[in-house]
Design a protein around this ligand. Structure first.
Ligand code: ADP
Ligand code: ASP
Ligand code: MG
Length: 410
């Protein structure tokens, strides 16, 4: 029988009323004859509240204990939703990450799915049960409970869809699709009918929180048709697939932004002869992700390397750099907080020169200070002062006429 995987995020299951609503929605799909797996997040802001509780005890709690704490949120939802389905006369069974056979590797709080041993879920489906799986969690080879990073329930859903050979994976959320930018902060953002995996992957990696980046990676690698849909209104939502028709004249498809970035600048003595790259080995060994890197080696100027990290990683980065000062060989380091990254994304950019010029011209007119720039075939990112982030996002959305094609489409 064909299998569908649905994922319902925190707001979609925030109250008992919403859980019952979700159960009714699942019942409708089940009646169409599909095998159904439902992945759920913790209810409402539960995960944030658990994080706050931990921070009341200590500022930097152990990541292992954080994972054990945070996974409890999803466990509440799977049992309640299973009960709600049973109350409607459906057969349903809940699964925590390890019960669903989700094996992970990597560091706690940001683990990756290594493998899914899906026999238990398969057995439940074969018995006609709806399988209700806790998102965002798994178990590692040492039996530690792990999490996949904030927003990771999307990844659980798509990975399960791949493991079970599902026909489709639908991510139900509080927006009715993927927009040209975050509709909460860019009022003119417009819903996209479809998007290529590559574009969505860039948008997600660059801060469009509507999908967890690794979920898009799984969908792309296993060619899973992926949709983002509203859990409130019945509508097709946005479909992600390999190739999509580029809308006429639309080179840029979306604007993404990310707050709370830190620019780290490491300076070396003028006569420094070592490799500026040593620093990145040390950071990688300590699982610290580095984003945009700019190295400056100019005659008569002190050599330096600047890179960005997330604010979450600031304390760890400072500790690691300090502990490895002599090994890296730098003489001073500066941390600049309150910076943000705004990016434009579109696969049409490859064949359209002048996109960067248009972007920089608009930013100049808006008096935005550019601190760093980074480009790839389908994106251009700028690092700017955080206070200008929303102004920049809205200005670029306007400059590339992302709202305008609404008129063409209707
Ligand atoms: P869930 O709890 O269902 O996982 P999230 O809060 O993780 O929901 O994701 C949905 C939110 O993503 C929306 O409310 C919206 O503010 C935000 N978002 C960011 N970028 C986009 C975008 N390009 N399109 C749609 N929503 C976006
Ligand atoms: N509950 C987790 C979070 O809030 C995982 C998720 O919702 O995807 O990040
Ligand atoms: Mg989410």
């Amino acid at each position: 029988m064909s299998c569908l995987v649905f994922k319902f995020g925190g707001t979609s299951v925030a109250t008992i009323e919403r859980v019952l609503h979700v159960a009714k929605r699942i019942q409708k799909e089940k009646e169409k004859g599909y095998d159904i797996v439902v992945v759920v997040s913790a209810m409402g802001k539960t995960t944030d509240k658990l994080v706050e509780m931990a921070h009341e005890i200590m500022p930097n709690p152990s990541k292992r204990e954080m994972d054990t704490l945070l996974t409890t949120g999803e466990q509440v939802t799977i049992s309640l939703l299973s009960m709600a389905l049973q109350s409607l006369g459906l057969s349903a069974q809940s699964f925590t990450g390890w019960q669903a056979g989700i094996l992970t590797e990597g560091i706690p709080s940001d683990s990756r799915i290594l493998e899914i041993q899906s026999e238990n879920v398969r057995k439940a489906l074969d018995k006609g049960q709806v399988a209700v799986v806790a998102g965002f969690q798994g178990v590692d080879s040492n039996n530690n409970i792990t999490t996949l990073g904030r927003g990771g329930s999307d990844t659980t859903a798509v990975a399960l869809a791949a493991a079970l050979g599902a026909e489709r994976c639908d991510i139900y959320t509080d927006v009715d699709g993927v927009y040209t930018s975050d509709p909460r902060y860019v009022p003119k953002a417009r819903k996209l009918q479809e998007l290529s995996y590559d574009e969505m992957l860039e948008l997600a990696n660059l801060g469009a929180g509507v999908l967890h980046p690794r979920a898009v990676e799984f969908a792309k690698n296993y060619k899973i048709p992926l949709a983002v849909r509203s859990s409130y209104v019945e509508d097709e939502g946005t479909i992600m697939k390999e190739e999509v028709e580029v809308e006429k004249d639309l080179v840029v498809r979306g604007v993404a932004f990310m707050a709370d970035i830190v620019r780290v600048t490491v300076g070396y003595e003028g006569n420094y002869k070592g490799s500026l790259v040593n620093i990145f080995t040390v950071l990688a060994d300590n699982h610290i992700n580095v984003d945009i890197i700019v190295q400056t080696i100019l005659e008569g100027v002190e050599p330096s390397v600047s890179f960005t990290i997330t604010k979450e990683n600031l304390a760890d980065t400072a500790r690691v750099l300090e502990a490895n000062k002599s090994k890296i060989g730098y003489c001073h380091v500066n941390y600049e907080e309150d910076v943000a990254k705004v990016s434009i994304v579109g696969s049409g950019m490859v064949s359209n020169p002048g996109v960067a010029a248009k972007m920089f011209d608009r930013l100049h007119k808006e008096n935005i200070t550019l601190k760093m720039v980074s480009t790839s075939e389908i994106k251009i990112s700028v690092v700017i002062p955080q206070e200008s982030m929303l102004l920049t996002a809205n200005a670029l959305h306007d400059e590339f006429e992302l709202a305008a094609s609404l008129a063409i489409q209707v």
